[in-house]
Design a binder for this molecule. Sequence first.
Ligand code: PNS
Length: 160
Amino acid sequence: MTRIAVYPGSFDPPTRGHTDLVTRSLALADRVIVAIARNSTKQPLFTVEERLEMLRAVVGEEPRVSFATFEGLLVDFARDAGATLIIRGLRAVSDFEYEFQMAMMNRHLLPGLETVFLVPPEDATYLSSSLVREVARYGGDVSTLVHPVVDAALRRRFHR
Ligand code: PNS
């Protein structure tokens, strides 16, 4: 049986923490679908298509990883994709409450769909897309926190 995992998120933009989690999740699943939610309530910096393009570039050629976007509930996307695992990153205690609520709600909506939390590398525990966006917006150096493709996209977006 092929074990399929969905790694959902906003990825606005993808960071080195995200790519690390994609790699780690391959130890748990035969196939990993990195899935960008279209109906996020947040005001995005990059369009879904731009984020998809960036994700493809930063993850690179890996036959077991595919990319998708989804609208509506994650559980519906996971069910349609035949996934049994949801991958999420847990960086700090501050992430816990939100992640725990989502995991419980998703399991309530689709029993059998398990959420697996993976821990990023130590030097990425403070890393988040929102901080990267803010630092880049005000001209800070994020080049070690994101892939060069993402760094270049941030520079273009903020005219630097
Ligand atoms: O990277 P993020 O923004 O923390 O990812 C959050 C995401 C996209 C995983 C979450 O908002 C989500 O699953 N959205 C899809 C809609 C949904 O299913 N909502 C109920 C979750 S319990």
